[in-house]
Design a binder for this molecule. Sequence first.
Ligand code: NDP
Length: 330
Amino acid sequence: ARYFTINDYPQGTPQPELFELHSTELPGLKDGEVRIRNTWLSVDPYMRGRMSGVTTYVEPFELNTPLEGAAVGEVIESRDQRFKQGDKVRHMGGWRDIAQLDADTLEPLPSIEVPEQAYLGVLGMPGMTAWTGLNKIAEMREGDNVLVSAASGAVGSLAVQLAKAKGGTVVGIAGAPDKLEWLESHGIKAVSYRGKNAQQLSDDLKQACPDGFDVYYENVGGDCLEAALDNLRVGARIAVCGLIADYNATKPSTAPGNLAMILIRRVRMQGFIIFDHWSHYPQFLEEVGPKVANGEIDYEETIEDGLESTPDAFLKLFEGANKGKMLVRL
Ligand code: NDP
């Protein structure tokens, strides 16, 4: 079996040399263990936090120990009666080709007819995050104007479509031209942040939605947050899902200069971590799953091939090289 480790807790943007690929002979299975051939690996922005060496809402990765992450694969050997050869499962033994895990940590794939890797994206943790942030944290209401940052990514691309289905004006912030096109093709007004300061971005948001936003779904922070704060309506709600603009920062970020807007516009701003809401996953699947299966909800994937490409796929998240969910296919 082959797996990746990191050899340090990096400052700033991680370099490819941080990641080391190892090979090992796996021991025989113990009672209650299952061996899985991974077919798809997920790389996610939150993994950067686990590389910082400090405990956030989750423990840091241990150095020189196999990295973890969501993965989908097929059972090839089992010493647990709940799983048999050929079963498709989701688990946290990613960053490796063969995973050997305690059966208690495996989940059978749900039975909705979608490609299996969708359970790492639109119908997995990122999709669940979009749905939860919009409905349960921002408490989006029918007709609300909604702004989403990193709007064409794994989380953002579902958030904008869910918002569009029951909203007024939906605006997405994204980087590259093909991402803006994808948003526009789904009826979402697209605004690029590239090459703009917060004031310019704020002006563009005002033009896209002159009445202002009732909800801001925050994936980025930095200038996006500052520009959003200028454009909120009284009583707006901000769901703080992620702050990716800060994940590689070497200095603590500063508060936006217009933080007073939270007071002036009586804004509620709430962070959330999706693990705390996982009990709603069946409800999410029931509501969103059929719409993904019948094509009513669209999703994009950016796929890198081969285990060796996993660090690269991960690092590309911070360059905006992915449209939709970033995945590694084994
Ligand atoms: P994405 O698929 O959205 O990939 C990351 C995207 O972020 C990039 O494609 C890029 O898009 C954008 N981006 C990267 N760096 C910057 C930057 N410096 N400034 C502006 N945009 C940037 O990832 P996910 O959908 O998986 O995650 C989106 C956010 O949600 C992240 O912040 C993540 O940490 C958070 N999250 C939080 C969870 C929770 O429980 N709270 C759970 C899951 C995700 P572009 O080209 O548009 O710049």
